[in-house]
Design a protein around this ligand. Structure first.
Ligand code: SF4
Ligand code: SF4
Ligand code: FES
Length: 823
């Protein structure tokens, strides 16, 4: 490892480390514009000049372009280097508009910082500045091209790192332009990262434009809870509203970047763009009441029902949207009050998939998102693979195969095996079987049995050939990773995926398994739901048979998630009491007898466990309340905060369940460390808030017997007589939080129903036709999207917020051919 001296301090760094990186390890930040850890170096800006005094290089050189070598002596403060950097700033400022007072980047601008720190204060050039025309880049990003300093970070991020092609450099030399061929919304669902990556104010957050200055903001490390990946963010609040979300570096999870759903999907916390959509006040029977009144009413009514009908008459529902604190408190109050255990999943199928996946994490081969990047073969089974980690693995030439019925689109080269859900396991099984057959002699007895049980044939010859061709590459790989979803797959698929990965391990590979779960805190939901899996469906049975009289709903919306509205409405009307605690304006909140507003992730410290078992903590950003609108807040003196009565859901539960009277060590629930570990042995390490910076990885602590799964699925007939209706999630438009974030509205595509081109032709339907899908429980209308890149025999219906998909009951809805009609 090379040893070198930078500013009189010695350091040893791994081979291949750039001098700019070596200096950073010593805490010396060499100025830079084009260099970025995630993108590497191109030597475009000349801002990182340092003086090499000894070693293989001499004189002023770019520290981002030179590898650290033994014997180097480097000075970052040498007069020649400092004056070089000062000149670079002056050159850049020849054309840069001195826009700072009206520029949204002001106060957080790298160029501004470097201009000030280099001492460039007086303009000596009086010529005309270069100007450009700005473009419309969609609802999220504002373009101001005059501010560009030609560092190429944006195009390297957008094209090389992310794989999209609709934004890049055009023209040459001094006229170079970074933008699109024509005005239009950026195609990448990761476009918001341009805001963070550009060192000047060319791309700024349009949703926050002219609303804030960095120094006005309350900022805190937070998390994204739109999905189970647990990306790290920085939340920025101002005047009681969340104003902006930025990416926060976590090398093991999201690296430097986040998706647009995470960055722009926070308006639910402000009550939408008009601040009116969030239920801000406690209510009893539809009337606003005081905090004490709501808590007292809920507490008294629950006690009354327990006295009259027994504690078993009180059922409770949480969700994967709850923080870990809330989930554990809900379970604790149910136990101490002898109420039945809470449900965290809507139906058994979702619970079983999540549970199967979580137990699979104890197989010793679970990988983090960052570790996927090191895979040399990636198999994606029934998962939305729009995931940066897979893209980074593909950039390192890992073959990627996606086994999924949907018309999958990814900004990378991949093999798509478009098969129906009952063929996902078959395809995975054949692929793994063919890849390990040669190593079968070295397998354990259980693994051999499992191998023998794997399928060898798939009904579709084309797919069979493709799988066999891929098996050779899988056989040659060393570090294959299986990424498995829990949405369109069968209940058995997660366990089967783990067994396939373990089989690869016995064939002397270093495989990884990675799951995508159905919600931010599905990991703990799956553990806290117990082996039997009490779900909302079970509770509904109990309501219907009259044994449950009161329902406590905590940050959960059965009216959104439960299929079969026709059953839900009459069942809930039988209840004597519905107590709802939430921060979203849900259908369940509207039906609450007693409602209490809970705090969002931005208003209380909360813990979430991502799909890989990574415990992460989001800090409180601000107290919150109805945001103050307008440029000048009114000067009103009050002794309360409008909309400020919310509390963390766990605290409300603690109060209404009478726990406040229970004897605790210090009379208050204390930190989460005091009650979380008691709810599940896997949570024992969670006994404080001092997690490592990348989060604390925990395991479920037990798993199922390996090599016991069997591939489900039979070969489908080539001429299906019916379609299987698959309801799926989309990047925008289907998420529960995103649905309450108006900013995302303009990015949400219209609802569609997808059908294979051959199937559509047989039915006499064409792309763009308005169609009606008839099922036994209702019909649904949407425009038809025809694709050749999806499975045959399935109808794909995104759970779009503007479609009443809950009308279509049953987990597997089978639609007869004549059930699809042109309108
Ligand atoms: S990009 Fe930076 S330096 Fe340029 S006008 Fe904006 S704040 Fe000022
Ligand atoms: S637009 Fe920003 S990131 Fe792109 S080259 Fe210009 S200054 Fe660099
Ligand atoms: S950071 Fe080294 S040349 Fe730009």
């Amino acid at each position: 490892m090379p040893r070198l001296v930078i500013d009189d301090r010695e350091i040893e760094v791994p081979e291949g480390t750039k001098v700019i990186e070596a200096a950073e390890r010593l805490g010396i930040m060499i100025p830079r514009f084009c260099y970025h850890e995630a993108l590497g170096a191109v030597g475009a800006c000349r801002m990182c000049a340092v003086k090499f005094l000894q070693g293989p290089f001499k004189g002023v050189q770019m520290s981002c372009m030179i590898d650290a070598k033994d014997g180097m002596v480097v000075s970052t403060t040498d007069e020649e280097a400092v004056s070089f950097r000062k000149m670079v700033v002056e050159w850049l400022m020849l054309n840069h508009p001195h826009d700072c007072p009206v520029c949204d980047e002001g106060g957080q601008c790298l160029l501004q910082d470097e201009t000030v720190s280099s001492g460039h204060g007086i303009r000596r050039f009086f010529g005309k500045k270069r100007t450009y025309r700005d473009q419309y880049l969609g609802p999220f990003i504002q373009h101001e091209m005059n501010r560009c300093i030609h560092c190429y970070r944006c195009s390297r991020y957008y094209q090389d790192f992310s794989g999209y092609r609709d934004l890049g450099p055009m023209q040459t030399a001094n006229r170079i332009y970074f933008g699109r061929f024509t005005d239009g919304a950026l195609e990448s669902p990761f476009s918001g990262n341009l805001v963070d990556i550009c060192p000047t104010g060319v791309y700024t957050d349009k949703t926050a434009r002219f609303k804030l200055r960095r120094w006005d903001l309350q900022r805190a490390p937070s998390l994204c809870i739109n999905c189970s990946l647990g990306c790290n963010t920085i939340a920025n609040a101002h005047y009681r509203g969340v104003m902006r979300i930025e990416a926060r570096l976590n090398r093991e999870v999201n690296g430097y970047f986040i998706c647009d759903s995470c960055r722009f999907g926070f308006l639910y916390a402000n009550g939408g763009a008009d601040n009116k959509q969030r239920p801000w006040n406690p209510r009893v029977k539809g009337k606003d009441v005081s905090v004490q009144n709501a808590l007292k009413s809920a507490s008294e009514k629950l006690a009354e029902i327990a006295r009259a009908s027994g504690p078993g008459a009180i059922a409770s529902v949480g969700s994967a949207r709850n923080s870990l604190e809330t989930q554990c408190m809900l379970r604790r109050v149910c136990r101490t009050n002898k109420w039945p255990e809470p449900a965290f999943f809507v139906d058994l199928a979702t619970y079983r998939k999540a549970r199967g996946a979580v137990l699979g994490l104890d197989s010793g081969i679970a990988v983090s998102m960052r570790e996927i990047e090191d895979a040399d073969f990636v198999i994606v089974v029934g998962a939305d693979p729009l995931n940066e980690a897979i893209r980074q693995a593909a950039r390192k030439e890992a073959p990627v195969v996606v086994i999924d019925p949907r018309p999958v689109v990814m900004p990378l080269e991949f093999e798509h095996l478009a098969v129906a859900p009952d063929q996902l396991e078959t395809c995975l099984g054949i692929l793994v079987k063919k890849a390990v057959e040669k190593a079968s002699k070295s397998l354990s007895q259980k693994a051999t049995q499992f191998l023998l049980g794997l399928p060898s044939k798939q009904g579709n010859r084309e797919i069979q050939f493709a799988v066999e061709a891929l098996a050779g590459k899988l056989e040659a790989s060393k570090r294959p990773v299986i990424v498995c979803g829990t949405d369109v797959v069968r209940e058995s698929t997660p366990a089967f995926a783990v067994d396939c990965a373990l089989l690869l391990k016995e064939a002397e590979k270093e495989p990884g398994i990675f799951f995508i779960l159905p919600g931010a805190d599905s990991f703990s939901s799956a553990l806290l739901s117990g082996a039997e899996g009490r779900t909302f469906e079970t509770i509904l049975d109990e309501i219907e048979n009259g044994s449950v009289k009161a329902l406590l709903v905590v940050e959960s919306d059965p009216f959104r998630d439960f299929r079969d509205r026709a059953r839900l409405e009459p069942a809930l009307s039988k209840l004597d009491l519905i107590v709802v605690i939430d921060y979203l304006p849900t259908g369940t909140v509207r039906r609450a007898s007693i409602f209490y507003p809970s705090s969002t992730i931005f208003e209380t410290g909360s813990t979430f466990i991502s799909q890989e078992g990574r415990v992460q903590f989001a800090k409180k950003v601000h107290h919150g309340g109805v945001p103050i609108r307008g440029e000048q807040p009114p000067h009103v003196i009050r002794d309360f905060v409008p909309g400020g009565d919310h509390r963390p859901a766990w605290e409300i539960l603690w109060e209404i369940a009478g726990e406040r009277d229970a004897k605790t060590d210090d009379g208050v629930p204390g930190g989460p460390g005091t009650w979380i570990p008691a709810e599940h042995p896997a949570f024992e390490p969670i006994n404080g808030l001092n997690y490592p910076v990348d989060g604390l990885r925990i395991a479920p602590g037990f798993s199922r017997d390996h090599f016991t799964s069997v591939a489900t699925g039979t070969a489908r007939s080539a001429k299906p007589k019916e379609f299987e209706l698959l309801m799926v999630e989309w990047m925008f438009g289907t998420g529960e939080l995103a649905a309450c974030s108006d900013t995302l509205d303009s990015a949400v595509p219209d609802p569609v129903i997808c059908l294979h081109a051959v199937d559509a032709e047989k039915l006499g339907l064409a792309d763009g036709d308005m169609v009606s899908v008839q099922t036994g429980s209702g019909s649904i209308e949407a425009r038809l999207s025809v694709s050749e890149k999806m499975a045959r025999g399935v109808l794909i219906l995104p759970r779009h917020r503007h479609l009443q998909w809950q009308k279509l009951k049953n987990a597997l809805t089978v639609i007869p051919l004549n059930g699809i009609r042109k309108m």
